[in-house]
Write a protein of this length. Structure first.
Length: 341
């Protein structure tokens, strides 16, 4: 979370996990056993956390409101105090050493605990300029992002929400590092006792095609579905693998014509062709309200799945009042939508 100037809602690019190159041998002057904790400046840990998040001295300074030289000086002091290089400059920025990687999570957890204690009962949504970063799946991007942004905007007009597609990034790593505050993803995408979760929506699947498509004007069968040209809409290609299993059991296979990884391009493609796509039912209904496409339910089958989109966060920050407020607001917003959860 960051504090910043003016309200905004921004749809960003996916977040990438940086590469860590090989680490050179430490200079002999650094002695990790010689930390003087009585004289240690704990404010340096804030600088450490910023560099760990940004992997860049200048961006860390911008995050903290400090000059590049001030951050570099603080890093040198921290290196001397801890007896480790901590970060090594490389082609992709500042790469953490093994010691820095070991320190990263405990330092971040400690800073979050301190921030939560100091700001307890001090979060005022009406005036807060805090910044929250979220990654969201396709259901959240198409169905939930707009109502959530409007809901939060009415209650916290100066709050910043930065939403990025979850895609194929390691969401658990982003949450662990504090690069994002919340994630809305499919159930099972992020697991572990260090994460909290709550279910936002349950959803089935539907077939989507252009308005007036003859296949959608009559009751659909799997035999008829197998004969239609299919557009696969997925970041990974396996989101609708259950259709293959259902058709295979009947001795059928789909006619796959194209794959569209940019999810929001699906509706224009479908509207301009005879292709159909199997999408989440909530997504299908939403697309049909803003594009010249129509949707129809899939025929009944015991193997048809029900998906869940869940809100996920790192437990280390769940007591932070601003974080807790945002989680409640997102859950309340989703409950207020047609169909609720």
């Amino acid at each position: 979370m960051r504090n910043s100037g003016k309200p905004e809602f921004r749809w960003g690019e996916g977040l990438a996990v940086p590469h860590t190159p090989s680490i050179p041998r430490l200079p002999p002057r650094l002695n990790p056993q010689a930390v003087n904790w009585d004289a240690f400046d704990f404010k340096l840990l804030i600088v450490f956390d910023a560099i760990m998040r940004e992997r860049h001295v200048t961006r860390a300074g911008e995050r903290l409101g400090l000059s590049q030289s001030a951050v570099s000086h603080a890093l040198q002091r921290l290196r001397r105090a801890l007896g480790d290089e901590l970060f090594v400059r490389g082609p992709e920025g500042m790469s953490p050493t093994p010691r820095a990687l070991t320190l990263a999570e405990p330092v971040r957890r400690a800073l979050a605990e301190i921030e939560g204690v100091l700001h307890q009962d001090q979060f005022d949504p009406a005036s807060s300029t805090a910044s929250f970063r979220l990654v969201v799946n396709n259901t959240a991007a198409v169905v939930l992002a707009a109502p959530i942004a409007a809901w939060i905007g009415r209650r916290a007009p100066a709050l910043h929400l930065h939403m990025s597609p979850s895609g194929t990034v390691r969401v658990d790593d982003l949450l662990d590092r504090g690069d994002v505050d919340l994630a809305i993803v499919g159930s099972g995408r992020v697991e572990g006792e260090r994460f909290g979760t709550t279910t936002l929506v349950r959803d089935g699947f539907a077939v989507v095609g252009r308005r007036g498509h003859p296949a959608l004007d009559a009751p659909l069968t799997y035999e008829r579905l197998a004969g239609l040209p299919h557009l696969v809409v997925s970041s990974t290609g396996d989101d609708v693998g259950f259709i293959d299993a259902i058709l295979s059991r009947r001795g059928l296979s789909p006619r796959r014509i194209a794959m569209s990884a940019p999810f929001l391009s699906a509706a224009p493609i479908l509207a301009a062709s005879d292709m159909v796509a199997v999408l989440g039912e909530r997504i299908a209904r939403t697309l049909a309200t803003v594009h010249p496409v129509a949707c129809a339910p899939l025929p009944a089958d015991p193997d048809l799945p029900v998906t869940r989109s869940v809100l996920v966060w790192a437990r280390r920050v769940e007591r932070h009042p601003g974080h807790a407020w945002l989680r409640r607001q997102i859950a309340d917003c989703v409950r207020s939508l047609p169909g609720g959860r």
